[in-house]
Design a protein around this ligand. Structure first.
Ligand SMILES: C[S@@+](CC[C@H](N)C(=O)[O-])C[C@H]1O[C@@H](n2cnc3c(N)ncnc32)[C@H](O)[C@@H]1O
Length: 247
């Protein structure tokens, strides 16, 4: 089965990120990294159950904490915390007074739409994204998978430049792919997860193959370790990656 078919067989509300809630540990790591503090007006776009806003207020003492989500059940749950919570589509909401925004979206339509609003933010506003920077932008600071983008945004000349800036390397080899895959699983995953090695292998293969297809892998030939993991996935799990490799 192709990796795409395997992913399609998993619960889509999880794969799309719709039902994924960051852990308290991730929130604390993110807020320390962005140096959130008493002068900040913090917005969590897609705030889910409101835990992020609660931690920003209680532990990082932000001046104002606001959560926006278009799911009314989640907003009702969030309203038990201090902070301002609004049930709204982030595409229509006003967050122009923000100094820090947490924005974890991968949906291309939303990203494209939101860029117009982000471009109008006050200079110096920090937007934290996860895994990648804002579309076509270079990150200001990276503590992978957490990324700080600062308005006005620096434009990336190419996808290659953007990817290398995120990983902080001149080219991507197996070790880089593995290290970043592991950081992502550990940062976002549940601490009790038992199959994180399996996820790390999938992420590693995806990172290395994307790098290769973009022409930023360190070597032309496929490293032995990548070949081995492609074979393990095929033989033991019937999950195929080879077709992703462009000639
Ligand atoms: C972390 S976001 C990411 C989900 C999104 N599918 C993506 O692009 O990756 C998930 C949270 O955002 C909320 N959400 C999704 N779309 C939204 C929108 N257009 N406006 C406000 N909240 C939204 C969901 O209810 C959920 O609590």
């Amino acid at each position: 089965m192709k990796i795409e078919d395997y992913l399609a067989s998993l619960p889509q509300n999880i794969v799309s990120g719709e039902e994924v809630q960051l852990s308290d540990k991730s929130f604390r790591e993110i807020f320390s990294f962005v140096d959130l503090g008493g002068n900040d007006v913090f917005y969590h776009l897609g705030c889910g159950d409101g835990k992020g806003v609660k931690i920003a207020i209680d532990e990082f003492h932000v001046k104002k904490g606001i959560g926006i989500d278009n799911n009314s059940q989640k907003i009702n749950q969030a309203k038990k915390f201090s902070g301002d919570f609004f049930c709204d589509d982030i595409k229509n909401s006003d967050f122009s007074d923000a100094t820090v925004i947490l924005f974890w979206f991968t949906d291309e339509k939303i990203l494209k739409n939101m860029m117009k609003k982000f471009e109008e933010l006050k200079p110096g506003t920090r937007i934290i994204t996860i895994w990648g920077p804002l579309p076509n932008c270079l990150p200001e600071k990276v503590n992978f998978p957490y990324i700080i983008n600062v308005a006005p945004f620096k434009k990336a000349r190419s996808l290659q430049e953007q990817l290398l800036a995120v990983f902080g390397v001149k080219c991507v080899d197996f070790v880089t792919a593995w290290e970043f895959a592991e950081r992502y699983t550990k940062a976002i995953g549940n601490p009790d997860v038992k199959n994180d090695r399996f996820l790390t292998i999938i992420q590693t293969l995806v990172i290395w193959i994307n790098a290769k297809n973009l022409g930023v892998a360190c070597r032309e030939e496929i490293p032995e370790s990548i070949k081995t993991y492609i074979n393990i996935m095929k033989m033991h799990f019937d999950i195929d990656f080879e077709h992703l490799l462009k000639e």
